[in-house]
Design a protein around this ligand. Structure first.
Ligand SMILES: Cc1cc2nc3c(=O)[nH]c(=O)nc-3n(C[C@H](O)[C@H](O)[C@H](O)COP(=O)(O)O)c2cc1C
Length: 191
């Protein structure tokens, strides 16, 4: 493979794209789009989110230390983009996107009813990094749409029509698995 050299940048693509709901001290709820998000730890369940201090949502999350990560679907891609280019300072993005809010169970911030998966999070630490601050948060509860769970209790996120973001473009996520955990070392029955 012949490769071209670029200067250092965050070229980890594709990334999941999520809608984060948050709330300020006066009870005003906002939503914004996030791509710089990652799994940090299994036990306790920790997630990292990188947020620029200039975002209105940054202020909201810093104020009450809670947020919800909502996983959007292909059908919501226009709203995902909209919530990532407009600010709650000038627009009521929740109403304009037609999002309905639903109470969370562990925190005061509501989740988006139309998103099939929602994670209730509480901030544990905020680390300034440069352009973005890194929010480390614990996932206190996870909500999964019933029709994504089979009779055995297995969650089928591949059926949720989730989307990813790659270098400026939104993509649907493959629905057929091309491998399962550990398949590369699994012994096959040779007869
Ligand atoms: C696909 C996409 C991914 C984004 N990811 C992030 C991110 O990870 N962190 C961040 O601070 N802003 C991110 N943004 C930008 C914010 O969503 C955007 O600035 C938004 O208008 C902030 O809204 P607010 O001022 O209402 O909080 C992203 C935008 C898009 C479209």
């Amino acid at each position: 493979m012949s490769k071209k050299l670029f200067k250092g940048s965050s070229m980890l693509n594709p990334v999941p794209v999520v809608l984060i709901t948050c709330k300020n001290q006066e009870g005003k709820v906002n939503v914004f789009t996030v791509g710089w998000i990652g799994t940090a730890c299994t036990k306790p369940p920790l997630i990292t989110v990188s947020i620029r201090p200039s975002r209105l949502s940054y202020e909201y999350i810093k104020q009450n230390g809670e947020f919800v990560i909502n996983l959007p679907t292909k059908a919501q891609v226009r709203a995902v983009d909209y919530c990532g280019v407009k600010s709650g300072r000038t627009n009521d993005k929740i109403t304009e996107s037609g999002f309905l809010l639903e109470d969370s169970t562990q925190i005061s911030v509501p989740m988006i009813k139309q998103c099939p998966v929602a994670m209730e999070c509480r901030v544990k630490s905020i680390t300034p990094l440069g352009t973005h601050d890194l929010f480390l948060a614990e996932v206190l509860a996870v909500h999964v749409e019933n029709n994504l769970i089979d009779a055995k209790g297995k969650i089928h996120l591949e059926k949720a029509d989730l989307i990813s973001y790659s270098h400026g473009e939104y993509f649907p996520i493959e629905t057929k698995a091309i491998g399962t955990f550990g398949f590369s070392v699994k012994k096959t029955n040779k007869k």
